[in-house]
Design a protein around this ligand. Sequence first.
Ligand SMILES: Nc1ncnc2c1ncn2[C@@H]1O[C@H](COP(=O)(O)OP(=O)(O)OP(=O)(O)O)[C@@H](O)[C@H]1O
Length: 274
Amino acid sequence: MKLALERLSLRHPAARGAPALDLDALQLASGEQLAIVGPSGAGKTTLLHALACALRPRSGRLLLDGADPWALSARELRRLRAELFLAPHIPPLPPRQRVVTAVLAGRLPRMGLWQSLRSLFYPVGIADADAALERFDLADKLFARVDRLSGGERQRVGLARALVARPRLLLVDEPLSALDPARARQAMQALTESARQQGATLVCTMHDVPMALAHFPRVLGLQGGALAFDLPVGEVTPERLQALYARHPEELAGLPAARDEPPAPVGAARMHCR
Ligand SMILES: Nc1ncnc2c1ncn2[C@@H]1O[C@H](COP(=O)(O)OP(=O)(O)OP(=O)(O)O)[C@@H](O)[C@H]1O
């Protein structure tokens, strides 16, 4: 799915003061992969929610495949939302549910009412759930109960659910918060590879900047709800990142220090030394 934002301004319904997000323009081609970075409160999750048609812009436009979702009828909007998947950083998994059911729940938005009710008792597509879990090294948990999983396992179940949903636009909010570095690398690999294989557009907010640089071809920096940069990863220099996180340097871990000579591009290989 391709997407575009035009002069988009957005404030949370309960919020006062300046908009949480104010973006002039953003365009993504179908199948592109974009990481969103920026300090806490920069507006990363807000942008993701705007793209997921979960927050309505105060002004400006969002276009998904050329159509403004907020100009669609309720039925058309529902159909469009079934093509998107927003994965929150803590997946909402019912504690007593089996992992297989939790993963296959990713398909519910595309099902009719009866089909979806039936699937809660008689899961269909178990092999697909198994294959998605396998990508996150969790196949042995297929029939485990969700409340018997660790926080990191639950987070990976949430990502497996996103893959099983096979959306055309996959929006992932901070997927690595509960994962150790090795699991985090594996999860990013699985996520980006699967999105590529499925032809899905992938937008992911990332707290771990080196991980974002290592896995995404394009990186967008947000600061105070505004665009700081939107660049191919090779042009995202340590100096740019240090400027982005200038007021919260503690959030920018694992980067080489800025140098006095002209900045060289930060390549993915360089970031692996973390
Ligand atoms: N539900 C809400 N109601 C009111 N204001 C909100 C709400 N959620 C976020 N905000 C405000 O919107 C701004 C952007 O928040 P957002 O969650 O998008 O930031 P973020 O970059 O994702 O932060 P973090 O990295 O800490 O998750 C913040 O100033 C925040 O206080």
